[in-house]
Design a binder for this molecule. Sequence first.
Ligand code: ZN
Length: 292
Amino acid sequence: MQDYIVKSTVYDGMVRAYAAITTEMVEEARRKQDTWATASAAMGRTLTITSMMGAMLKGEDTITVKVEGDGPLGAVIADGNAKGTVRGYVINPHVDFPLNAKGKLDVRRAVGNEGTVSVVKDLGLKDYFTGQVPIVSGEISEDFTYYFATSEQIPSAVGAGVLVNPDHSVLAAGGFIIQLMPGADDVLAKRLEQRIEQFPQISALIQEGNNPEQILERLFGDEKINMHEKMPVRFACKCSKERMENAIKGLGKEEIEQMIVEDHGAEATCHFCNEVYHLTEAELRALKEEKM
Ligand code: ZN
């Protein structure tokens, strides 16, 4: 099944609900970074949530998400946009633990339960939104539920899950974000809370072959769901040799000279996709000339 997000509203527009299948996207990220199972789950949950938060943006807006806990993973960094492309990485990809007491990947142990979740939205024309909250769980979904409630003042329920195969490849990944819009009353909030409490594991539903529309139907039962848009999502990096050159051009002439004299070139690896870019001594000289 191809990865996509469905955007919908329910309860006469009082609730906004997004559901996503992201199995291919998370598998692509895993292949590029060689993440081990628990690290794949942490990265996959973060990528899935970032893809849905990206889908809430408009035009050229972008979002960067960072989950920085005190666990062995280091941090999970992801960015996304309104066009359905997402990328992300973890500082230490080779993190794996035995399943937790619930038989699930022990994401909390990998992430840690102290630290911060931060979100930066670049809304164009130098307009930025930034929000930061402490990690309250380390399981990531709960941390974003807390983030939305605290930083954006939107009561929300966030779910994201990843299942991995014994060979570490990704078997199923996806998630949902449900948000109460202004005007929704406490009765509706309570009703939703009960539905979500009884909701099965999202990753298991995806493994069973449910698509985002079916996940929304499972979430809302007999309620009328207005499906507004179906948006494909994928992992894609925006790095290039030109971007590396621009970064080097931003350095001082002395620093570039140092690279020429000491290293006879420059090499950079993209954190997101592990692509390696090389610049020769001659190319560095040309960049230095451009700065004159
Ligand atoms: Zn890259």
